[in-house]
Design a protein around this ligand. Sequence first.
Ligand SMILES: [Zn+2]
Length: 259
Amino acid sequence: MIIDSHCHVHPDQDGLGAKQDATEQAFLQALDDSPLDRIVLLPIEPVIPTEFVFNVAAKRPGKIYCYGSANPADGPGCVSAFESIADQYPICGLKLHPRRQGFSGRDFPAVKALVASAADRGLPTLVDCFPYGPGALKDDSLELIDALAEALPKAPLIIAHMGGIRILEALIVARTSYTIYLDLSLVYSVYRGSHIEDDIFYAIRRIGPDRCLYGSDYPDVGLTESYKAMREALDTRGFTAEDQEWIFGKTAETVLPFD
Ligand SMILES: [Zn+2]
């Protein structure tokens, strides 16, 4: 079972950047042409509605799964918005994106309430963590995840993109609890060829493959291109077949409630 646990589609072709085709059509074609067995779509309310990703998922039943999303920047009402989404759709987690949704550590009470609501339903929360663009040096996503782990020690948390440039700090945070996982999407594609490349595979080994979930962050990176690059990188660095089974599927099957 090969699972790509981090992908996006958008209602607009250039909705995720002018260089990428974020449409449903392009995504379904890429999926059909890929060796992937299962794929997970991540909405980002309000720009990528949960309803929209489920409509795409319906085109490949049993193959595409989806997170749900709500926006902490909306204040306390975000919890009831999330609960109605979780009642309506078979979501496999809560997706939060501080940069695109416009919230930060200042919104901690609303974020904590949302994550607690997801955890009560047995759902993990994935938080985008990739300092980027204007305000990148003020990004406090990792501090937010650290505070969530402290306040809600049983809530499963997934650090998206391994923390980006902050990968070794993300590793420190992840090692504080067995309920924190690293999402491997995008980071290898961005930092390949830099010294961060070594840190990616050091962090996977240190935390363990059973705490790492493979993802591409399509359409930022091609589905097949990303999969082949990660497979080759893990082979080259001596990760065993069992290690790779966890990274490419078993960890996701453990953390994300697909059934
Ligand atoms: Zn993403």
